[in-house]
Design a protein around this ligand. Structure first.
Ligand SMILES: NC(=O)c1ccc[n+]([C@@H]2O[C@H](COP(=O)([O-])OP(=O)(O)OC[C@H]3O[C@@H](n4cnc5c(N)ncnc54)[C@H](O)[C@@H]3O)[C@@H](O)[C@H]2O)c1
Length: 357
């Protein structure tokens, strides 16, 4: 059954549609009907059938332009940012025109940042086509590009006009990318959503095999959790940090591998394992619950090996975490089933111990 979530404040509220055929004239029409021009931004890894569908619907309402980036993280660059801004200017886009992002988090992030910047802000629609983008990056209004000093260092909080989450686009997604998205789903279950936890625990085969009915529920529950948190703290001044569960260590593992060895979701799975172990060592959760979490991550076949990382090698990256405030590292840990806590009070020996498998 099709589902909807409303997010954002006052006149910046936006609808998120989740269904097996969310890319439709019915869902796109209302946001496109008042715009003369639309720019579709995508990348060459997104199957052309998905893009063509969006394009043929958009043609009913507006003149359609297309920018196709090269697939991959490198495309979230300042060069592409400038290239797209120039493309918009050269084609006389004005504030009444609109951008549609059709792709994974890379396309969504750069498109959103372009939309936030061009003419001080034009409207944009997110059509996320990876599981990670559907449950995470397309929701919550964070946009970004990378610069040589680091990932996502430049960006804006900027809400889309609408988000269309079409489950059918996941059919073509490589298994490894799909699983990377599932890591973020598990995160929502661990930090807040007990019902999602039971869905994951009781239906692993169906979820691994992407049973469409269950996946629709899984995506809905994930976004609902993110929306509940983001709506209380849009600009990440407090509670939104809970969404970073597993990410302090995950980011450190990714950065240590120079972002080449491991996908973000795979690193987050290891990070969640480490953070859960610290939660247990700190006495916040029982050994029994820690083992349940470990079993869940194993059921979804995440590689939880961490002993290859020396604490001293990860430490510099851990200390660059955005949750370091006034020199103190804040950790997102678990305080119980489906409950996350933020704390700067922990024994640093437990950090080291958590890296011994
Ligand atoms: N803004 C946020 O809140 C937020 C949150 C999490 C992650 N991110 C960002 O998201 C990015 C990662 O996103 P991602 O994991 O979606 O990676 P991605 O955008 O690179 O997509 C992964 C690959 O899948 C391909 N692809 C996309 N849709 C497909 C489909 N339906 N079928 C087959 N292939 C498809 C892409 O072409 C790409 O090669 C990172 O840059 C990260 O920083 C942003």
């Amino acid at each position: 059954m099709a589902k909807e979530i409303l997010l954002g404040k006052k006149d910046l509220k936006y609808k998120i549609f989740i269904s097996k055929n969310a890319i439709s004239k019915k869902n796109l029409g209302p946001v496109l009907k008042d715009h003369n021009k639309v720019l579709i931004i995508s990348d060459n890894g997104v199957p052309s059938g998905i893009r063509n569908k969006v394009q043929s619907i958009a043609k009913n309402f507006s003149k359609v332009f297309l920018v196709i980036l090269k697939k991959g993280e490198k495309s979230k660059s300042i060069q592409n940012f400038q290239k797209i801004l120039n493309f918009l200017a050269d084609n006389n886009f004005d504030r009444t025109d609109i951008i549609i992002a059709v792709g994974g988090g890379v396309v969504g992030d750069i498109s959103g940042y372009v939309a936030s910047s061009y003419l001080r802000g034009i409207q944009f629609v997110q059509i996320p086509t990876t599981l990670l983008a559907q449950v995470d990056s397309s929701v919550g209004g964070k946009t970004a590009i990378n610069i040589s000093a680091g990932k996502n260092l430049v960006g804006a909080f900027y809400n889309p006009k609408r988000v269309l989450i079409d489950i059918s686009v996941l059919n073509s997604l490589p298994e490894r990318e799909y699983k990377a998205g599932l890591a973020e789903v598990i995160k929502y279950a661990l930090i807040k959503n007990k019902y999602l936890f039971s869905l994951l625990k009781n239906n692993p085969q169906k979820i691994i095999l992407m049973n469409k009915n269950i996946i629709e529920d899984v995506i809905f529950e994930s976004i609902k959790t993110k929306a509940e948190i983001v709506s209380k703290d849009e600009k990440e001044n407090g509670i939104r940090a809970l969404l970073n569960f597993g990410h302090t260590f995950g980011h450190a593992i990714e950065a240590h591998g120079k972002y080449k060895k491991i996908l973000h979701g795979e690193a987050v799975a290891k990070g969640m394992f480490i953070a859960s172990k610290i939660s247990y060592l700190e006495g916040h959760i029982s050994q029994k619950y820690f083992n349940i979490i470990k079993d869940l991550l194993n059921t979804y076949k995440f590689d939880l090996s961490v002993s290859q990382y020396q604490y001293k090698d990860l430490k510099p990256f851990i200390l660059r975490d955005k949750k370091v405030r006034s020199g103190r590292l804040n950790l997102v840990l678990l305080g119980g089933p489906s409950k996350a806590i933020i704390t700067s009070s922990f024994d640093s020996n437990n950090l080291k111990k958590s890296l011994a498998n």
